[in-house]
Design a protein around this ligand. Structure first.
Ligand SMILES: *[C@@H]1O[C@H](CO)[C@@H](O)[C@H](O)[C@H]1NC(C)=O
Ligand SMILES: *[C@@H]1O[C@H](CO)[C@@H](O)[C@H](O)[C@H]1NC(C)=O
Ligand SMILES: *[C@@H]1O[C@H](CO)[C@@H](O)[C@H](O)[C@H]1NC(C)=O
Length: 775
């Protein structure tokens, strides 16, 4: 999507320059999401939509030359399922006036969201054998529908083959919307629904150019096809990308149905469209929603996606969202609401090795997905060049940006480029256009040793920061540097794995420290899945290659893994609430890699913490039988919000259906029955003891006895009461409390775990203890 905003800015610039700026400022309308308290409808109205229109009309300033027809178009969406309200075109002044109207709860500006992919085919391959094999007896058709909010779907992909599927589930009320390139026949028993949402997008950016873009559910970008296939793609034998990651590709829940909601267009994804999709998906009857998108979040009540997700949760729908690609910076998470399942990314045990051979005799390892006819001859050494001036720190000349490479300098050579600023695949294109014959893409301090192998247009190897430094030093010191590149295909059994991806967004959760986020990590690095027939694997316009499968990385890829596994759990346990499914995923997650050591953080090479991996890496085969679950109902989440200092009006946006009120059932936010425990000691040093309450539900054998095991923490004594839980019935609930007593306040958060064991099940909750310090 990197190149798109440029076009968009250009349009905006042309628009601006053709009007008087002064007039424009006063008149310019933007889209606002308006949350309405439906119970405040005046008796003079029988229809909510009429009332909404009249609310907008009542604040609208009639402007010269603006006719009624244009006023009619101010209302672009109404929302009735996930929450109540509308999206409307308003000037800033009008929006302010609307906020004061009776029945209007909040007026939030449209937010642009981004897809959470790094577009980085990188090292570990697809294989999810370990995840699906356990379920192979369960690969039967079932009635779970997963709504995927993304860039649409490419229905011809073999991943959406519906052979063997029974008819569409009776609860399904969705639609198959037609448009350019998408007909009724494109929906089948696998793709049971497809819709497109663009009113907000068009209001913000102008009409979609239908010659260039499908104004229909058809996916031009590839991202939506990739995520949908990861959730629920049918098995496809012999799937691969140019020979890489060869094997059987299948979604996590191959028997589930897919409903595609296209909310992202070439210029971005807009909140009014996303909300309309969530609203419709609730009405349509999806069971799980997979949302690999994120935007800026400041608070629960100002995050429209969070509000809509609350409404969906009330209807029993699990919402799985990507955590974001803002890592390794701390506090970089998005989608942190406790009723959302927030998914970080980790690696798998596959790699695509490549190497760089230098004229000095040294050989350095890297990764590559290159496959093409322009292969370098293996027995030759080729001239090499680095256009930067410092091998230790990247400089502008070394980034291979568009228009910066002099063909006289680089033609016929292998060019060393530093990562940063421009998309990695674009650097390859720049080198190729300037006549370069190969590229070495070097990480900088920002990426460390985390390797990213992309589907470049020319022979290329990506190397870590250390290797990059050695290569650059050689290229700068040697008067006639030479080198060659080699590619070794796909390698499995990489150790250690999984490893938390450097790009995966990190906690702590800045809105509520008491809710540990992310919830879990799942494969999000080098995921092979179905691709669009409309765009090449590098996503570059100049890439004329067409592939059925592509390899991508990002929390965008890890989110649909969890959505798919959630669909499997829903099929197995239809009575489980969204919180129960999340609890099962979290309490069975593992925190060790395939060398039996604690999960490593790729950005540091050291041990990762719950702020990086949450409860750990999902373990689907155990999640199906978790023993105990931490259940949470809609009222509990509401009572949690009641602890968050929101005003009554701010709370109303979450209370639309049932007239909820604060029941004050929680002593504090830490008491939300979350499957993770976070004890937060206030600045006040006199508070040396905190108690957290939890209730577990027995979903294992009726008679079972659990013993608690709790980690040791620096500076804190922890006591769990009772330390034994004896169940005599299925679905029986028993409570316990954990008391944390500070012996000495620590400067760094302390983490560990609380585990209930019955000899068969291990119900593990991560525990984190923090001490607030005065700013
Ligand atoms: C779908 O799968 C079936 C069974 O594997 C196969 O016979 C059929 O050709 C496939 N259809 C398409 C359109 O690929
Ligand atoms: C190269 O960069 C390093 C690290 O930023 C710096 O310490 C060094 O002075 C730079 N050298 C030159 C020649 O600019
Ligand atoms: C909401 O509360 C009001 C006042 O307590 C009551 O009259 C009304 O019936 C309630 N509505 C619902 C849907 O519970």
């Amino acid at each position: 999507m990197g190149r798109i905003p440029v076009k968009w800015c250009l349009c905006l610039y042309l628009y601006l320059s053709s009007y008087l700026t002064v007039t424009l400022a006063a008149l310019s309308k933007k889209t606002y999401i308006v949350h309405v308290d439906n119970s405040a409808i005046p008796t003079s109205f029988t229809d909510h939509i009429d009332w909404y229109s009249s609310l907008v009309k009542s604040v609208a300033v009639s402007t010269e030359g603006v006719n009624d027809e244009e006023d009619e178009q101010r209302l672009i969406y109404t929302y009735q399922s996930a929450f109540h309200g509308m999206a409307a075109r308003l000037t800033e002044e009008e929006a302010e006036r609307l906020e004061g109207q009776n029945g209007v709860v909040s007026v939030l500006p449209e937010v642009r969201y981004e897809l959470h992919t790094t577009r980085s085919p990188m090292f570990l391959g697809l294989e999810t054998q370990d995840i699906t094999s356990v379920w192979s007896d369960k690969l039967t058709d079932h009635d779970v529908v997963v709504g995927v909010l993304d860039t649409g779907i490419w229905p011809e992909s073999p991943s959406f083959n519906d052979t063997g599927f029974s008819t569409v589930p009776p609860h399904w009320k969705g639609a198959c919307e037609v448009g350019r390139g998408f007909e009724k026949r494109h929906c089948n028993r696998k793709i049971v629904g497809a819709r497109a949402f663009y009113h907000g997008y068009e209001a913000a950016t102008g009409s979609i150019n239908e010659e260039k873009e499908y104004k229909s559910p058809r996916d031009q970008d590839g991202h939506g096809t990739h995520t949908a296939a990861t959730v629920a793609g049918s098995p496809v034998h012999g799937a691969n990308l140019l020979g890489y990651a060869y094997g059987t590709a299948r979604g996590m829940s191959p028997g589930a149905r897919i409903a595609a909601y296209k909310v992202c267009w070439t210029g971005g994804c807009f909140s009014s469209d996303i909300l309309s999709a969530v609203d419709k998906a609730v009405e349509d009857g999806v069971n799980v929603m997979s949302i690999s998108l994120g935007g800026g979040v400041s608070s629960y009540n100002r995050d429209s996606l969070s509000i809509a997700a609350f409404g969906a949760m009330e209807k029993g729908i699990l919402i799985s969202c990507s955590a974001g690609n803002g890592g390794p910076d701390p506090v970089s998470l998005t989608n942190v609401s406790p009723w959302i399942t927030t998914v970080g990314a980790s690696t798998m045990d596959r790699d695509f090795p490549g190497s760089v051979k230098l004229g000095s005799g040294a050989t350095l390892k890297g990764v590559s997905l290159y496959k093409g006819r322009r292969n370098l001859s293996p027995n030759m050494m080729y001239p090499m060049v680095y256009t930067g001036s410092n091998s230790s720190s990247p400089d502008p000349g070394s980034l291979c940006l568009e228009g910066t490479l002099d063909p006289h300098v680089v033609a016929g050579k292998i060019v060393i480029c530093d990562r940063g600023i421009s998309p990695r695949v674009q650097k390859g294109q720049v080198v190729k256009e300037a006549g370069g014959i190969g590229m070495i893409l070097s990480n900088t301090a920002a990426n460390g040793e985390e390797l990213v192998a992309d589907c470049h247009l020319l022979p290329a190897v990506a190397v870590g920061e250390k290797e990059g430094k050695l290569i650059k030093q050689y290229a700068m010191r040697d008067p006639k540097p030479t080198g060659n590149l080699a590619f070794y295909g796909t390698k499995v059994g990489i150790r250690p794995s999984p490893v938390v991806a450097a790009f995966s967004s990190r906690g702590p959760n800045f809105i509520s420290l008491e809710i540990l986020k992310p919830d879990v990590v799942a494969p999000g690095v080098n995921i092979l899945a179905a691709w669009t027939g409309d765009t090449g694997p590098s996503s570059l316009e100049t890439d004329k290659r067409r592939v059925a499968f592509n390899i991508l990385s990002g929390t965008s890829m890890s989110c649909p893994h969890v959505s798919g596994v959630a669909a499997l759990l829903k099929a197995r346990h239809p009575e489980w609430s969204p919180a129960a499914i999340k609890s099962a995923l979290m309490t069975t997650a593992y925190i060790h890699d395939n060398t039996y050591k604690p999960l490593v953080d790729s950005s540091t090479g050291g041990q990762s913490s719950p702020y990086d991996h949450g409860a750990g890496h999902i373990n689907p085969s155990r999640a199906v039988d978790p023993g105990l679950i931490y259940d949470i109902g809609a009222q509990d989440y509401f009572d949690f919000l009641c602890t968050q200092g929101l005003t009554r009006t701010q709370l109303v946006v979450f209370a639309k259906f049932s007239n909820r009120t604060c029941k004050h059932t929680l002593a504090g936010p830490s008491d939300l029955n979350y499957p993770a425990l976070s004890a937060v000691f206030p600045e006040d040093k006199r508070v040396s003891s905190l108690t957290i309450h939890r209730t577990v539900t027995n979903v294992g054998p009726p008679t079972s006895k659990y013993h608690v095991v709790i980690s040791q923490f620096n500076g804190v004594d922890v006591k769990v009461e009772p330390s034994v839980l004896s169940f005599t019935k299925k679905n029986q609930k028993l409570s316990y409390k954990v008391t944390f007593t500070t012996k000495s306040r620590q400067t760094a958060p302390q983490s560990g775990a609380l585990i209930w064991k019955d000899g068969v099940h291990k119900v593990r909750s991560p525990v984190i203890i923090t001490w607030l310090t005065p700013l």
